[in-house]
Design a protein around this ligand. Sequence first.
Ligand SMILES: Cc1cc2nc3c(=O)[nH]c(=O)nc-3n(C[C@H](O)[C@H](O)[C@H](O)COP(=O)(O)OP(=O)(O)OC[C@H]3O[C@@H](n4cnc5c(N)ncnc54)[C@H](O)[C@@H]3O)c2cc1C
Length: 534
Amino acid sequence: MTTERPAVLQPEMPATRWGDPAHASDLPDGVRDLVGMVFPLHDTPAREDVTVPAPRLPDDLVAGLRALLGDGHVLTDDATRRLRTRGKSTPDLLRQRTGDLGDAPDVVVRPGGHDDVAAVLAWAQEHRVAVVPFGGGTAVTGGLVADPTGLAGVVSLDLGRMRGLLAVDPVSSTATLEPGLRGPEAEALLAEHGLMLGHYPQSFEYATVGGFAATRSSGQSSAGYGRFDAMVVGLRVATPVGEVRLGVSPANASGPDLRELFLGSEGAFGVITEVTVRVRPLPEVKEYEGWRWPSFAAGADAMRVLAQADLLPTVLRLSDEAETAINLADPESIGGEGGADGEGPGCLMITGYEGTPAAVAAKKAAVTAALTGLGGTALGPEPGEAWAAGRFGAPYLRDSLLDVGVLVETLETVTFWSNRENLYTRVKSALEAALPGAMVLCHVSHVYATGCSLYFTVAAPGGEDPLATWLPAKAAACEAIVAAGASITHHHAVGTDHKPYLTAEIGELGAEVLRAVKRAVDPAGILNPGVLVP
Ligand SMILES: Cc1cc2nc3c(=O)[nH]c(=O)nc-3n(C[C@H](O)[C@H](O)[C@H](O)COP(=O)(O)OP(=O)(O)OC[C@H]3O[C@@H](n4cnc5c(N)ncnc54)[C@H](O)[C@@H]3O)c2cc1C
């Protein structure tokens, strides 16, 4: 068994912003002027003079944690507690920006391995203290906001020290990873073995392997490599009442697959301490290109045909007319309708191919023939390469827009192909009705033979109180999703934000099953209380 840890950690994200502080920037003047033609702008800098509420956990309990983990791994200073408060949704950022730290954990602990985690959970059960697993802190649905009612306080269990590559089985194409590895770190360790995971969510730079599993994340290459939960072959989970190890074989008929209970369990059923994943050889070739469709419906139909013919490239996404207009707009025409050929922008599809040269050539030829036959127009590599180069950039732009009073947020859902148009129309209408003057953009982000997910981006005037502007709009979108008979989340997870809508999707008995599992693995109710379980 090997234990390899990457040498360099990404810099810590600021409390009020996304990502690497070195990449943060103001809106360039020209862009600011153009955005100002669409939305009223007013500078809204984050408050600096914030106060972190005093910790509630008594000193003797903190001393107990220090005895378990050592002084250096039990942190109570304000700065650390602030950085472990909530995640990175727009409401999370807005609350941080206005100095609302009401959900700050009392203490942050940094376990070094599974046994440390198990010890903290046993301690927390004994002393009735909530434990919130913290991976990358990129949660966007309130998964890091525990409800401490009836408990002595909240411990943020920061998995950042657990960043090892524990084992590689090149014969079976599996690798076992510790949960705190961020996306780039996991890929760098696997690359030393000529292997990769191929999981690239937009939060790739900061989200962790444990977080991917705990939220059932889906990446931008899901058409080719699948969702993260589909990559997981084994899990080790620490609970307050013992350990669960799952995945002795690639597949089996040994009753219901219990891995599914812990994938997507968002820290409410246990702490994932090891994840065994299917890995692949590093691709020798990566090619990305663009296609144009006359309408969103025509492009989506083409995606359906590809998926149902088992002819999916590695990357496949399709922007609606509004998102295409923004993507293709040069600075002079931002927000306008004019495309380069004067016929309107149509809809931009990105296709990407990764693998050996022979596999890429064969797949590309087959997909090209199919898309051409379906009425698509090949745009060549430029749009695909532009997408690939900017694929992790949008969250930095969100911060720059929040700085000038423009509200920006995203949400996503998933349904069957036959319901796609209905879902799209309902959610877009709900957002436009709730947010006068908003731009609502959408793309098909992930496809299956039977359906697809829709990912909406909203930009709107933030007004005096952007949080109060957004929350009713988000509720209206969630209600539209439920009314359309779709899922409340495809890959962002349930957290606390989507919990009110979960029972409508899984039924009262389904909710009771979740509560029964919770009682079995967490009888004292200390694991991320308030998250996921209705
Ligand atoms: C800008 C941005 C872009 C995003 N893009 C995508 C995307 O493309 N695809 C996508 O799927 N998601 C995306 N997300 C959502 C988020 O990145 C994912 O949910 C991600 O999987 C969370 O990983 P994390 O390590 O940051 O987890 P955290 O945010 O730390 O935690 C998420 C939840 O999982 C729990 N948890 C974390 N680690 C563990 C563990 N080891 N054991 C048990 N529970 C644990 C936490 O308690 C919490 O409930 C995006 C988020 C942002 C802010």
